[in-house]
Design a protein around this ligand. Sequence first.
Ligand code: NAP
Length: 266
Amino acid sequence: MSQIRVAIAGPRGKMGREAVKMVQQTDHFELVAVLDRKYDGQLLSDIPDFPGVNVPIYTNIDQLFQNESVDVFIDLTTPEVGYIHTKTALMYGVRPVVGTTGFTNEQLEELKQLAEEKKLGCIIAPNFAIGAVLMMKFAQMAAKYLPDVEIIEMHHDQKLDAPSGTAVKTAQLIQEVRSPKTQGHPDEKETLSGARGANIEGMRIHSVRLPGLIAHQQVMFGGEGQSLTIRHDSYHRGSFMTGVKHCVDTIMHLETLVYGLEHIMD
Ligand code: NAP
């Protein structure tokens, strides 16, 4: 297996730390640099928690790509900078694997066109956990028969975007098999704004943010005299890394943008 040279943005973050560990532990991956917003010019090993990881830290993405030879760029930052990073990586001919959530549809469309133009793989995956991908697939199957559905996503209280990328992705998959439909009583009124959650073609999404949570989602379906709940829980951020690893391997053979891990799972 040929060596894949990887750079990671957001290495001190909760996801970034796991990604550094995963890349270090994978024989055919080589961590060549990280992109942070602090510690320019230092080595990652100079920072507590990264003993022995002797790779340079850059705060300027152009300098990183000009100085280092990178095959795959993993972004685990925030939506605003993550979008700029992804675009810049593609401009430099580097394949991005993006876990950062919260990109707009316009941004996704622009990145798709750029990836096509450059003939470069780009994977944007709102959820790298294999179990979460299965939850979304099962929810899509169920929605065909039980179109009354509410999505409740629950995350730690440091999460910046709401609803979660996974909830939006789940709703989009359900939209493919469900016609728009008003749910609840036709005359229902919110006496407190937001009580019924976000509305996507009549489907409701509720976002819970609490300390102690990691990433959880349940999709609830109701039918005549019955209900079905499909639930997935990530208890540790390590749960996302098999997905990240699969993306880094797969992206080397892609020439377009793929949105969602399910499209690269058999
Ligand atoms: P986090 O702990 O807040 O980490 C984000 C990191 O990005 C921080 O270290 C932050 O630095 C850094 N950062 C901010 N601006 C930057 C910049 N301009 N350049 C370089 N680094 C910068 O968040 P997290 O929980 O790891 O999540 C990161 C992203 O992944 C979020 O968008 C989250 O929604 C997403 N996520 C995706 C999945 C998935 O499966 N796809 C799973 C979990 C989370 P500071 O510490 O200095 O602010």
